[in-house]
Write a protein that binds this ligand. Structure first.
Ligand code: FES
Length: 110
């Protein structure tokens, strides 16, 4: 699958998640406090809530509704009540722009 340009890399600020729609999929893009970029499915696996409305801390994002925290790297929840992962997406920066491979990846639980 071809990667899709999302936006300028500078448009995604530290710990300020943003929601994008790509090929019918809602994707949450996050820059952590170390400056690393992540992309994951923008629907909490516990309910129909946008993770982009949540809170970023270290390498997790927390759903505001019931507090489940998801790994930005794997999409797996670290805390209940969610117990299923959200997909993650390959993300890269080229010439100052963010590109996403819109093929969702479900990581193995680690
Ligand atoms: S809807 Fe996200 S934790 Fe319940």
């Amino acid at each position: 699958m071809t990667s899709v340009r999302l936006c300028a890399a500078d448009d995604v600020k530290v710990e300020a998640p943003q929601r994008f729609e790509i090929e019918g999929q809602a994707i949450c893009v996050v820059r952590d406090s170390a400056g690393e970029l992540f992309a994951l499915g923008d629907r909490c696996s516990h309910g129909d809530i946008s993770l982009a409305e949540g809170f970023v801390e270290d390498d997790s994002i927390e759903c505001w509704a019931h507090g489940s925290q998801f790994s930005l790297r794997t999409g797996w929840p670290r805390t209940l009540p969610a117990y299923e992962p959200v997909p993650v997406y390959r993300i890269q920066v080229q010439a100052g722009d963010i590109y996403i491979d819109p093929t969702p990846i479900f990581e193995e639980k680690s």
